[in-house]
Ligand binder design. Structure first.
Ligand SMILES: Cc1ncc(COP(=O)(O)O)c(C=O)c1O
Length: 472
């Protein structure tokens, strides 16, 4: 059983106090940490006395907060194990997203392209040629690997089919690469904020994580990036150089080249998650990250999850042949291969991928413009950056209230991921990630719920001295 220390929970809780009773504020914040996975289900919370000391509150406050959580079904008292995190009801997973009536803005994803069903039918017609085999394979269909390699070559990164392996989405690629290349205790670099499941993957691999700040206004903190690479010489760095999730920023060609050159010198393998790379709205297309790598060490992860549909679970890894071979050998501990039918669907759709991408870009442009306008009307005090591509806007709320806002929005039927979900240690309470990938109608409904939730927080907001300092 994982145990969360009092110190770790204090970091996750960050600035948890509100003007209401302390026990209720604390219980609310722990509930959110459980709901969004930062406190894993079945993990042991700190003993009451230790948490009271770490948070500098009375033991009664902790007792009352834990009692509140127990009553609401978020904690179990297990003999000999203390207080263990759980979710209400019998199901051990969060089923909120499947409840009718909830609008799920915690996910940034587009609906399927309209003719996905036709593509599946065409793939089914081609399936009989494969029915004599197992139906899945660990490396990928040669025709799909060639199509992916050709696309990289066309985009400025010469690639052969044997430098590509097909995976079950980008997520399993992230898991495979981190698990295979990192040993427990190795140093790893990641952006802050970053994609939460990549943070989880580095942690699961036992890495000691060093972070490099990225902001929607200024992009990468280049000094820190330089310092971490030079000072720590991480074994692996996970980056999103294009339309970074959640900030939407992209690295300039100069920064790509500088970062890769320094990483090569320090022996750091950089992994570029390019899940969003082709979804430019206003930005010019830049060659894939690895095209700037003098040492040819960089690994690229791609996916059709954000372009075609998340329901087609196809991703891939592009790397040097020897690395691909190592990854293929290591794969079987997590899955045995990628389904052939889905590979056939993607091979079919890659033939007209340019047209599909062009439509997706227009959808995202419309989504971005609509969200910008709706927020400017409803909550003009938020700072909404101009998103240049990808699927998300990283909004500055002007006050450290993201978790509170997310809880308040939840009671209004809107599911969101709070800013701290994108950090390593409870930072980003001032930020909220909103997807730009939803229809105008859904976005309007979400913004209305946000507005209702926001006004309930405003008194707290103005009680926060750092907010007053900023608005002066
Ligand atoms: C940056 C990033 N990488 C990877 C993934 C996972 O992609 P896939 O659906 O292909 O597993 C996502 C999905 O949200 C993502 O945002």
């Amino acid at each position: 059983m994982t145990a969360i220390s009092a110190r770790a929970l204090r970091l996750l809780l960050d600035d948890w106090r509100t003007t209401g009773p302390a026990y209720a504020a604390l219980a609310d914040r722990i509930r959110l940490l459980v709901l969004d996975g930062r406190v894993p289900i079945a993990s042991r919370l700190p003993a009451e006395r230790e948490l009271a000391e770490a948070l500098r509150v009375s033991r009664t406050t902790i007792t009352a907060a834990y009692a509140h959580l127990r009553e609401a079904g978020y904690l179990d008292s297990v003999r000999g194990s203390g207080s263990v995190a759980r979710l209400p009801g019998r199901a051990p997973v969060n089923l909120d997203a499947h409840r009718p009536g909830y609008l799920d803005f915690s996910k940034a994803a587009l609906p399927a392209i309209p003719d996905i069903a036709d593509a599946v039918r065409r793939a089914a017609d081609r399936l009989p040629a494969h029915l004599g085999d197992s139906g899945f394979d660990p490396v990928g269909l040669p025709e799909l690997r060639s199509a992916i390699a050709e696309r990289y070559t066309r985009r400025g990164l010469p690639t052969d089919a044997d430098q590509v392996m097909v995976t079950v989405g980008a997520q399993s690629a992230i898991g495979l690469v981190t698990r295979t290349l990192l040993s427990r205790g190795d140093r790893a670099l990641i952006e802050a904020p970053s994609y939460p499941h990549a943070i989880d993957a580095l942690r699961a691999a036992g890495a000691r994580v060093a972070t490099v700040p990225v902001s929607a206004d200024a992009g990468w903190d280049e000094d820190v990036l330089d310092q971490v690479l030079r000072g720590v010489s991480p074994t692996l760095g996970y980056l999103m150089p294009d339309f970074h999730n959640p900030t939407g920023r992209s690295m300039s060609p100069e920064l790509r080249e500088r970062t890769l050159t320094l990483a090569a010198r320090q022996g750091t393998v950089l992994v570029a998650d390019e899940t969003m790379a082709e979804l430019a709205i206003d930005a010019p297309d830049v060659a894939p990250f690895a095209a700037f790598d003098p040492a040819k060490l960089a690994i690229t992860i791609g996916s059709v999850g954000k372009t075609l549909w998340g329901g087609i679970r196809i991703g891939w890894i592009r790397a040097e042949r020897s690395v691909i071979q190592r990854l293929v050998r290591a794969r079987s501990t997590s899955d045995l291969g990628t389904p052939i039918l889905e590979q056939l669907v993607v091979a079919d759709l890659l033939e007209r991928y340019d047209d599909i991408i062009a439509v997706r870009r227009e959808q995202l442009r419309a989504g971005r413009d609509h969200l910008e306008r709706a927020l400017a009307d409803a909550i003009p005090e938020w700072r909404v950056p101009r998103v240049q591509g990808g699927l998300t806007a990283w909004i500055n709320l002007g006050a450290p209230v993201s978790s509170q806002l997310v809880l308040a929005a939840r009671t209004r039927g809107l599911l969101l991921a709070a800013g701290p979900r994108f950090g390593v240690d409870g930072a980003f309470e001032r930020f909220l990630r909103l997807p730009i990938s939803y229809s105008a109608q859904e976005t309007d409904a979400a913004v209305a719920a946000l507005r209702d939730a926001w006004v309930t927080l405003v008194p707290d907001t103005f009680a926060d001295p750092s907010f007053l300092a900023e608005v002066v």
